[in-house]
Every structure is written in structure tokens, then in C-alpha cells.
Ligand binder design. Sequence first.
Ligand SMILES: *Cc1c(COP(=O)(O)O)cnc(C)c1O
Length: 365
Amino acid sequence: MIPMVNLKAQYAEIKAEVERGLAETIASCTFILGPNVQAFEKEAAAYLGVKHAIGVASGTDALHFALRAEGIGFGDEVITTAFTFIATAEAIKYVGATPVFVDIDPKTFNISPEAIAQAITPKTKAIMPVHLFGQPADMARIKQLCDQYGLKLIEDCCQSFGASINGIQTGGIGHAGGFSFFPSKNLGAFGDGGLVVTNSDDSAVKIKRLRNHGSDVRYHHEVIGYNSRLDEIQAVILRAKLKRIDQYNQARRHVAHLYSQLLADLPLTTPFEDGLGEHVYHQYTLLSDRRDEILKALQAKQIACAVYYPVPLHQQNVFKAECANVSLPVTESVAANCFSLPICPFLDDDTIREIVSVIRGVFAV
Ligand SMILES: *Cc1c(COP(=O)(O)O)cnc(C)c1O
């Protein structure tokens, strides 16, 4: 069986370091907001080139707190993409705002700056691009719109840890960004975890409050907050993997480029790198009008494959009523034809060739 992500191979490589760190943490019996979370936050802030990095319980909470800290709330509109995981829109709903879904670029699948420009109204308060599949969105043009209209820019970086534009990491471009450490993400924990980043001291204070019951000083509470902290066990794992993240992302890029080279002559659309930023290939996603045949052939050979995402957010049951008049032709067409192949830093060239030969077989008949 070839999985989408080979987490076991990754564990084998970091096992000694992780087990030592875990044993020390368990022996110290300091589990919440201890030295490893503090150290990880410092190391992550340095890596990402931001002033503040605040560990939280999930990527979903990271996006929620980023929006709340930036003052987004009831009655506000937040322009975002429908071609993403549900959590992007859930975070907008949590603060009482309305997600306004706009169409994507047909090549990168990232939110279209032209579509954003057309959707801005007096109620628009923020733009929330997703760096989908690890490729940075067109931040120069999106930031220009934010500056022009006085909007907040909140980045969904849940799939883009380590991706950058002109040497600036995703998350450090807008007012705030949210990362996920779900196990299969580019930087994955051994459970749930997330991170909010910002260069604003004021926002950082608010985010730290929100994650810890609205409190700056223990048993003194300023606002209604949440119990949403990154824990020490996860911080130990994340510190070990953060040291190796560039190596992991380079290996992902190698996998992607070999796939694209080997698939180049087939009648399908391989991922497009727009060259505006460094793609870190959280997913390797293609388009084909014969998707279902390809998926069947791969499954028959015990090769994992997946569709991210089969139903865009405006067509989900939860949003159907409020999005009755929303039509996103590019998003809908991409959702109908996209599929993703296994990708991770530990996928070797021979296995990539094996996967490609199965796809080749579909087009040979
Ligand atoms: C994974 C993901 C999230 C949510 O992260 P969790 O840690 O699972 O809460 C949000 N947005 C996108 C685009 C994601 O891929």
C-alpha cells in the first residue's frame, strides 16, 4: 500500500530525538505552556520572520483568533475562496462575519485578485486568501487591494508552512496568519496543533488572551476566551521537525517536479507554478476529465489518491441556502476534475515511477 503521506518513514528518522524530548517532558510533568512551547514559538517566529508566533490548539482556532484579534466581527464581510477546507469559512463564521466566496485562478487554483476586486463592498472588512496546496496566493496584488480599500489581510497558511515570496514567508505578509499542525500538514504534530503569527504587538496580546481563557495574569480575566493552547508534547515534536522543514519541503518539490516531468506527455493538467513564490507542495493536484478512471486504476494497485476538494464551500449543505445565488464556474470545474497523488518527503523515485506507470496505463487503452 502506498499512502498519501508516509508519516512512519518520517518518524523513523526523528525517533531518537523525539523520544528523548518526550521522556524529558513527561518526567518534568510540565504539560501546558511550558518551556517547549515557549522555545517553539521563538524558533517558529525566527524561521517565519515575524515578531510574534503564538501556539494554539488547531489551525481552525489559529484562523479564528487571527480574525478576532484583527477586529473582524458581526456584519463584516470577509472575501475568501470556496476551493478550500471548510475551516477557512468556519473561522469567519465563528466571529459572526459573512464569508463572501469568489472564484479562483484556473491555473494555480488560488483566489483570483480580479474576482476579489469585483466583490469589495462597503461591508468588506478583510480578505482571507488560502495558500492552497502550498503555493502562495498572489499576495502583491491582494495586498495592494487591502491597502487601497483599508482592509485587513488574514492569511490561511494551513497548507503553506515554509512557502515564501521573495524570501518573505507566508504568514508574515498580511496582518496575521494561521498555521495548522494537523499530522499530515507540511509541519505536522502527533495530534492537533496550530499557530497564529503577527507583527502587531497589540494583536499578539489579544491572541494570547484568547487562547488562555481571556487571561493575561493567572485567575484574572479580561475577555471571554477559550481553552486553546498548544501542549508541550506537541511542541517537542514540532521543534524536531521545524529544524528539518526546509529539507522536507525541498524533498516535496523534488517529488512534484519528477511527477510533472514523467506525466508531461499525457493529456492531463499538472500543477502550475506561477513563479511568484516558492511552492511547497502540500498536495500534488492535477486535472483530468478522466479522473474517476485514474482513481479506480490507482486504487486497484493499492495506491492512495484523493480528491481535494470534491464539493466547493458554496455548494456544501451548510452554505447552500446563503450561497443560493453564488456561481463560481472555475471553482466548480476544477472541483469536478481535480485529484491528488501521494506526496511527502519520503516518496522515492522508483515509487513515483510506479505510480506514473499506472496512470499511463489508463491512457494506453
Ligand atoms: C488543515 C486546514 C485548516 C484547519 O486546520 P486544523 O488544524 O485541522 O484545524 C484550515 N484551512 C486549511 C486550508 C487547511 O488545509
